[in-house]
Design a protein around this ligand. Structure first.
Ligand code: SF4
Ligand SMILES: [Zn+2]
Length: 347
């Protein structure tokens, strides 16, 4: 007697075959086999085949900008300008990523990134900290041309601290070329995502937890701060408690690597394949309650700053009565870096 795994496919791109599991397999064994099967099948081609169209973008404009506040490593709450740069798409194609929606297919032309920063500065007030988030990797030369480094550094001369995002594998001595042109401290945000041994490879990020450790050690030795993005409910991990525990374990690992901050990213749909994975039972978004528990418990570790991404949080809520209060609690916890009393509701 056998039980069948779910199947979904689209044309010739099969995500999971009708895998036959022995009836005696436990739920967790089936889950492991299913993950193993998907690891072998997830590919750039499959991921791209489910994508909806990209947004219309202008290479001379950032696609978004924000003025917000964030506690820095010295414990002081500071104003932060975040500029979401428009540039060539990230060459990695992670299963859960939707950042490609605001990217170019071709290499970013020289001069476009400085023009975008200048434009953002005309819209934003003063802040001592800037985040240049480019939907990919700052040290990907096709996204951020090296020939623009000096102009970018010149435009950032008014900031005390500069934060960019980058893939752990794009770490090397070339980072100094940019860092040394800054007159501020420097920080790199990297996606560790999860340290779950079967799920991390299935995210198609082409990274291991050892790559993250090596990159962190390299950067920290050079006096560069590191922060980590950690996923809550990555695809292929379905049990709520397991998701919470792996998110906490991943944050602990990141702190042990020397990061000064971890940002929890509750995983959501929106890139095509994630919708399909949800339909096929391979992805379950976190419940609001799970986001709250995870944030509380990682803060309790007391190992560094912990932030929870509050973007699109309504996607995880099922109750209109308590949503605003619960969202505000998380926002306040981001700012205060302490656990606040839970919001009571009958839901
Ligand atoms: S490395 Fe980052 S930007 Fe690139 S696909 Fe993965 S999550 Fe998206
Ligand atoms: Zn409620």
């Amino acid at each position: 007697m056998y039980v069948k795994c779910r199947r979904f496919n689209r044309g010739e791109h099969e995500i999971a075959e009708n895998v036959i599991f022995p009836e005696t397999s436990s739920d967790s064994a089936i889950s492991t086999i299913r993950i193993f099967f998907l690891i072998k099948n997830i590919s750039n081609t499959i991921i791209e085949s489910y994508r909806p169209a990209k947004e219309k973008i202008d290479v001379m404009r950032p696609y978004a900008w924000l003025h917000e506040e964030e506690v820095q490593k010295d414990g002081i709450l500071k104003k932060v300008n975040t500029i979401f740069l428009t540039n060539r798409e990230c060459p990695f194609k992670c299963t859960m990523c939707d950042l490609w929606r605001h990217t170019l297919d071709k290499p970013t032309p020289r001069g476009a990134i400085p023009a975008q920063i200048e434009f953002a500065h005309q819209q934003l007030p003063y802040a001592p900290v800037v985040k240049l988030y480019n939907s990919g990797n700052f040290f990907d030369g096709k996204a951020i041309p090296k020939s623009d480094y000096n102009s970018i550094a010149y435009l950032l001369r008014g900031y005390n601290h500069v934060i960019v995002e980058n893939h752990p594998k794009l770490t090397g001595p070339f980072i100094d070329e940019f860092r040394l042109s800054l007159n501020s401290t420097f920080e790199i945000a990297m996606g560790l995502e999860t340290i779950h041994p079967e799920v991390l490879p299935a995210l198609n990020k082409q990274v291991t937890k050892e790559d993250f450790l090596n990159a962190s050690e390299f950067l920290i030795k050079k006096g560069i701060d590191v922060r980590a993005f950690i996923l809550l409910n990555p695809p292929f991990l379905l049990d709520e408690n397991e998701n919470i525990e792996w998110c906490i374990k991943s944050a602990e690992y990141a702190f042990d690597c020397g990061v000064t901050a971890c940002t929890i990213i509750p995983v959501r749909e929106g890139n095509g394949i994630m919708e399909k994975l949800r339909e096929s039972g391979q992805f379950i978004p976190p419940r609001f309650k799970a986001i709250e528990s995870t944030f509380d418990r990682i803060l309790q570790l007391n190992k560094g700053r912990v932030f929870c991404d509050t973007w699109d949080l309504e996607k995880f809520s099922t109750c209109v009565n308590c949503f605003d209060e619960r969202k505000n609690r998380l926002i306040k916890m981001n700012v205060e870096q302490r656990i606040l009393p839970r919001i009571v509701c009958t839901c």
